[in-house]
Design a protein around this ligand. Structure first.
Ligand SMILES: C[S@@+](CC[C@H](N)C(=O)[O-])C[C@H]1O[C@@H](n2cnc3c(N)ncnc32)[C@H](O)[C@@H]1O
Length: 313
């Protein structure tokens, strides 16, 4: 008898439709839905709109609270609960599992590396569990100890999350280009890390940000900027509000120049989700396209020259 592998995809909050469409385009059939959790046969595929991907799911009997907790503990220590239904019963199981710290992150810090499984109660007596998941955070949700005085807006949380996830960030002496930088939340993050930042936006930066050491501002369109006029950059960031296809052409221009080591760019959708362009981003060598917990109707593309080299070995 052959066992069919099960993968479950937990949609980012508010983006179940996007995930369903992404899976459909990848030829994946959703055979069951448990609120935001889409249950599918076969091994996992990349899915940007998934906050978390549950690999190799198993169904376990949960005839009693104790038996359910014991079955999970027998697999591994750390578990995150997803409980859209049977909430009270699920909580009783959760209370019998070892405590998993969910302290807000103090940036900069790398994402945890300890395996964190996920489980849910499909019915009052039946668990779905996956020991291996794509996100190191419970249900893909990342919380930070926020800075309510330094940055000019909350956009900095998106960048913090991307860098935590990459487990790398710019350091002193590294050169960053921040496209669509105003009012300066991302530039603030980069300056705090000690990096040199060239911030490009027709709009000015918040004076508190432009006064930071290492920050330079150019009041022009990011699309008119030629890579050769800027020279080598360690990190290119973009949070420009523009159509995804236009951002793709911009990223391609800089990628082909060979002058950029790392890219972190927000793909923003106005109106309908442009799945085709999102897939074109994901097809770039070394690219990862993700919906961060702090993203709205947008995705983040992370492209690392170092990763490209490792993958191409
Ligand atoms: C979401 S805001 C960026 C927020 C910024 N990352 C922060 O942390 O404060 C988008 C920015 O894109 C800028 N923008 C739009 N078109 C642009 C262009 N052609 N060149 C440069 N910036 C552009 C807008 O002026 C706006 O400041």
């Amino acid at each position: 008898m052959t066992m069919t592998m099960t993968t479950a995809y937990l949609a980012a909050v508010g983006f179940v439709d996007q995930l369903q469409e992404e899976l459909r385009r990848a030829g994946i059939v959703v055979r069951g839905r448990h609120e935001r959790l889409l249950i599918c046969d076969g091994p996992a595929v990349s899915a940007a709109w998934a906050a978390n991907i549950w690999h190799d799911c198993v169904e376990l009997p949960a005839s009693s609270i104790g038996a359910a907790a014991q079955a999970l503990r027998a697999i591994q220590r750390n578990w995150a609960m997803y409980a859209p239904l049977h909430h009270r019963r699920a909580n009783l199981i959760h209370e019998r599992l070892p405590h998993v710290s969910a302290k807000p992150i103090v940036f900069p810090a790398a994402a945890p590396t300890a395996p964190l499984g996920s489980w849910t109660l499909l019915a009052s007596d039946r668990l779905l569990a996956a020991a291996r998941c794509s996100s190191p955070f419970a249900n893909g949700e990342v919380a930070f100890v926020e800075d309510r005085t330094g940055p000019p807006n909350r956009a900095y949380l998106k960048l913090w999350e991307a860098l935590v996830r990459m487990r790398r960030w710019p350091g002193p002496g590294e050169r960053c280009l921040d496209l669509g930088a105003a009012p300066g939340g991302w530039t603030w993050v980069l300056a705090q890390l000690g990096a040199e930042v060239l911030a490009v936006d027709k709009a000015p930066l918040d004076p508190k940000v432009s006064a930071l050491a290492g920050v330079d501002w150019r009041g022009e369109s990011a699309f008119a900027l030629e890579p050769e006029s800027v020279g080598p950059v360690d990190w290119l960031f973009s949070d420009i509000v523009c159509y995804p296809a236009r951002l793709l052409r911009l990223v391609e221009k800089w990628r082909v120049s060979g002058l950029v080591k790392n890219f972190v760019c927000t793909i923003k959708f106005q109106g309908a989700t442009d799945h085709e362009t999102a897939a074109a981003f994901a097809a770039l060598p070394g690219a990862e396209v993700v919906h961060l917990h702090h993203n709205k109707h947008e995705l983040t593309v992370i492209l690392s020259a170092a990763k490209d080299l490792i993958d191409g070995r």
